[in-house]
Design a protein around this ligand. Structure first.
Ligand code: IPM
Ligand code: MN
Length: 441
């Protein structure tokens, strides 16, 4: 048992230092950084210099995540929407879900319909009933046949899932994780952009300082569900949750992040966020990041441990351009990201498998206590709709939504993204109007 003890010591060391404010156990770079700006972190050590080819070592699909055959993503979105002459049509599966999901999705669809009309395409939609109400009525959470149907659409538009009447995490696992896993949506794309300094809780940070994209791995890690609880409720209870990383799983998301960073063409800096000093299994991220990076000499390789990355996010968010990180850290880091861009009322995400059916959703949860009050802010759902249009190739329409949202915030017609600040449908109407008049274009 020598290894676990060493690993545990390492974790305690880092934890202790974090608690008493010392950074000695952290990445050396932040410690040496001048107050104004984080020092460039050294490139990840090319540990695997002699590592063989770019060929992934693992040739099989991860055992943890076999996608049901029937619901494998079908043809590419491109192939399916190629009937240009007959007018562009995209089919979307809409899963409003629980709590405020329904109201924010209603506003999102309102905006999507307006932009579709202007840009000349049609969104055919299929409304799906899954979520807590449906489950409590029917005991049906996410039927395989529904997943199969969703696989035939071009994209999935999700509101929010989660309800206190149902066992913690059950619906989230069946529906959110179920879709992510079934369609192998290995990228969770989370742009973090501040549209107005008044929305940022950080002192003296301007829109130019908060402009980054987090690429969160979306199919592995502690989320894979490997483990469980043994001898539950006894004094000998054992609880295990394995963090798993496959070479293929890491490589594809890392490559996606490099490509995005290059294409985005801002700072051209890709930051790997991990905890490879304490969780040595994450050395697979260190090595893969360095190896894939050889294909992208134009992209600067940067690194931060997750604890330090949280610190930098609030201290010097301007340091970040594109971030790539494992599933769990990405989940946590992007809630900080949501806050510095104005709150959960605006943060959106895409669960993506490039070229295949993908799912778009606000980062916020179902907020059951706000359900039906018409007080939730639908901007995050509207932004998720924008990301969906980008994925469907409707980039002009996506820009139109982005401009309308940005304009409403810049001109201070939306001054707060908090629930209750405005009526949900009032914000939806405002953005729809902006879309129609080309506000901010
Ligand atoms: C998110 C959510 C989910 C996650 C939950 C609801 C399972 O927090 O999309 O960030 O942890 O992935
Ligand atoms: Mn989350």
């Amino acid at each position: 048992m020598a290894k676990p003890i060493v690993a545990k010591d390492a974790v305690q060391g880092a934890g202790a230092s974090a608690k008493n404010g010392s950074v000695t156990a952290k990445s050396p770079a932040p410690k040496a950084a001048p107050a104004a700006k984080p020092a460039p972190v050294a490139k990840p050590a090319p540990v695997a210099k002699a590592a063989p080819a770019a060929k992934p070592a693992l040739a099989t699909k991860p055992a943890a995540a076999p996608a049901p055959k029937a619901s494998r993503p079908p043809a590419t979105a491109k192939a399916r929407s190629s009937s240009k002459a007959a007018g562009r049509r995209h089919s979307i599966s809409v899963l409003a879900g629980d709590g405020i999901g329904e109201e924010v999705i209603r506003e999102g669809l309102k905006v999507l319909d307006a932009v579709a009309e202007i840009e000349g395409f049609v969104l055919d939609r299929k409304m799906l009933p899954y979520g807590a109400d449906h489950y409590l009525k029917t005991k049906e959470a996410m039927p395989a046949a529904a997943l199969e149907e969703m696989g035939k659409s071009d994209a999935i538009y999700l509101g929010a899932i989660g309800d206190p009447r149902v066992e913690t995490g059950f619906l989230e696992r069946q529906i959110i994780w179920g879709v992510r896993q079934t369609f192998d949506l290995f990228v969770n794309l989370r742009p973090i952009r501040l549209y107005h300094e008044d929305l940022c809780p950080l002192k003296d940070k301007k829109p130019a300082d908060v402009d980054m994209i987090v690429v969160r791995e979306n199919t592995e890690d502690a989320y894979a569900g490997l483990g469980g609880i043994h001898r539950k409720g006894t004094p000998w209870e054992v609880a295990v949750a394995e963090m798993i990383y496959t070479r293929q799983g890491v490589e594809r998301v890392v490559r996606y992040a490099y490509e995005l960073c290059k294409k985005r063409n801002k700072k051209r800096r890709l930051t790997l966020v991990d905890k490879a000093n304490a969780i040595r299994a994450q050395d697979i991220w260190t090595r893969t990041f360095a190896e894939v990076g050889k294909e992208f000499p134009e992209v600067e390789q940067d690194h931060a441990y997750i604890d330090a990355a949280c610190m930098w996010m609030v201290k010097n968010p301007e340091w970040f351009d594109v971030v790539v990180t494992p599933n769990l850290f990405g989940d946590i880091l992007t809630d900080i990201g949501a806050m510095i861009q104005g709150g959960l009322g605006i943060a959106a995400s895409g669960n993506i498998h490039p070229g295949k059916v993908s799912m778009f959703e606000p980062i916020h949860g179902s907020a059951p206590k706000y359900r039906g009050l018409n007080s939730a802010n639908p901007v995050a759902a509207i932004e998720a709709g924008k990301m969906m249009l980008d994925h469907l190739g409707e980039t002009k329409a996506a820009r139109r939504i982005e401009s309308a949202v940005r304009n409403a915030i810049e001109t201070k017609r939306i001054r707060s993204l908090k629930a209750g600040a405005y009526k949900c449908d009032e914000v939806g109407d405002m953005i729809r109007e902006g879309v129609r008049t080309g506000a901010g274009m």
